[in-house]
Design a protein around this ligand. Sequence first.
Ligand code: ADP
Ligand code: MG
Length: 687
Amino acid sequence: MSNLDTSLQYLKGVGPKKIKSFLKLEIKTIRDLLYYFPRTYEDRRNFVKLIDCKDGQKANCRVTISGLPTVFRPRRGLTITKIPVKDDSAAGFLVWFNQNYIKDKFSIGESIKVNGKIKRVGMDIQIHQPYSEKDNGKNGLVGRIIPIYSLTGKISNNEIIKLVSLVLKEYLNFEEDVLPDYILKQNNCPDIKEALINIHFPKDKESYLISRKRLVFEELFLLQLGLFALKNKYHQTEKGIKFSETKQINKFLKSLPFELTNAQKRVLNEITADMESHNPMNRLVQGDVGSGKTIIAVLAMMKAHFSGYQSVMMAPTEILAKQHYESITNLFKEYDIRCELLVGSLTNKEKTNILEKIKNGDVDIIIGTHAIIQDSVEFKALGLAITDEQHRFGVRQRAMLSSKGYNPDVLVMTATPIPRTLALILYGDLDISIIDELPPGRKQVKTYAIDSKMKERAYNFIRQQIAEGRQTYIVCPLVEESEKLDIKSAVQLYEELKSECFKDLRLGLLHGKMKAGEKDDIMSKFINHDIDILISTTVIEVGVNVPNASIMLIENAERFGLAQLHQLRGRVGRGEYQSYCILANESRSKISKERMNIMENSTDGFIISEKDLEIRGPGEFFGTRQHGIPKLKIANIFNDINILKNAQSAAQRIINEDPKLNLEKHMKLKNKIIKMFREELEEISFN
Ligand code: ADP
Ligand code: MG
């Protein structure tokens, strides 16, 4: 363990209270602090003469104390301290509020540098609440570019600056470059020490840019190398399966009650071409909610079947897996294609039975949840591995699924649009197909944001729709980080509505912690219209298809991501009826209102997530490990695409030369990657 990995509490001036605040910023060790990069900078290099100071401006001045302080108490609780100063252009005052001790800080004739807000009051030139320091120090906070950090709790920017300076002075020598020399040279990167100094305290714009570039490069490079290593573990060979041309598909298409949209046809052609070639397919199908991805997956699985291979489709929830299973068996009822459902809630006997069939090749298509990637699942001849709602799975799970076959073709499907850079990182090896067209005749879901005063009216509207024979979803607040609390709020609301305003209607409750049997029961009751209102957590977010449901009311809509709201809203508007989505927004903040506005005005998933990103920034959007990658500290998913490309090719070259990173010169890299991907790579051994 290096000194940098020691706890922050060993730093001078960091007590238990501070530690707590730092924890909120996810800073635990000295290294974490060293890698806590500024959010922005303030350029304090230029000094202004007093005479040139403008009202309202934040200025840096060099002044001399020219007289004794005066202290006023204009009213109880307010003390004003004024100290006269001058430079060679004019005289002025430093002004502090409620900082009595300041009057003893300076002596007449002393030269200081100050930074503060200028107030021109009548003839007075005043500098309010200035930061000040002696005019002889070198590394002060006035006269150079100052880092501005994101703050929380009880830590001030100046405190962080002080600690970072201390760490740079006393600990920087312990930091080693993980990037090999030759990579630094090839990419014109400064070494890590220089980069760290300049990212916190840039000499000038140039040194900032070059240091940032290096740190971004390192971050993306390590990420990419880690993902390559992960992939290497699971992919042994290069050559894939060549599937046959299949005439049967055309006949099947003719038997469908609808014609494929042009977008579906195009994507199907792309998939067919992939499958019929020798190269293994690696394709991402991106298409908005309701664009008809399932049928595309079904057609691909049919092709695999008629070519003599098994296929598997993994869905993120049991409800969705079951629904796929049912609609697929229904589609295939005229065909001799054997489907099975493999989910966690089966009895052991059922499971053993299915596993046996999968192994012996007595089943052609397997639909399931994570249960499918368990070790115990062995296929006779897996040719095609599909992941539905890919955004719900990590990189590792995708890799594990395809490792069940001998280089099977891989298809992943998602409704969540992601920025191009992230797509390149996550799916660098994937080709992308987009279904950018909805089936004809869909009515747009009308969306309204309401506040709590309008709840009553919303309930009446629900009642009216139910009287007309429709059904309703009520989705309960998402309580972050706690599934338990989610459930509690759903249960509570259910009880409330059942005993009060909807007591004459048939209500059902659905949440993630219910037993599978109960969930099934409720879901099939809802499908069969034995339930009017389904009160649920976000377990219904993906895939659920009940065309008679025409209203969705989302409680505390402000707590959801817009992409998630859009996904939820996709549960209504699936049939012939005009459908409605009511967003109960309990927040008065401007951002919430703006976000609700976007939902009211757009039904296009791509636009919605773009706007959401604009408002919230990528940090929050991609802050979680939901994609199975470590958090990015400095790289910007939108702007750093060129650096990403360099990082990718550098990582690729290394992996080609040294696939297991066993060469001495790559040792540090290997260790670093193992550390970074601890969760994803836990059982990776490169050997
Ligand atoms: P998603 O892309 O969200 O997974 P689904 O595959 O569940 O969407 O499709 C939504 C609904 O649209 C399903 O009921 C499906 O049968 C229907 N559908 C799919 N393609 C078409 C089409 N070309 N024309 C009409 N309906 C279609
Ligand atoms: Mg779907």
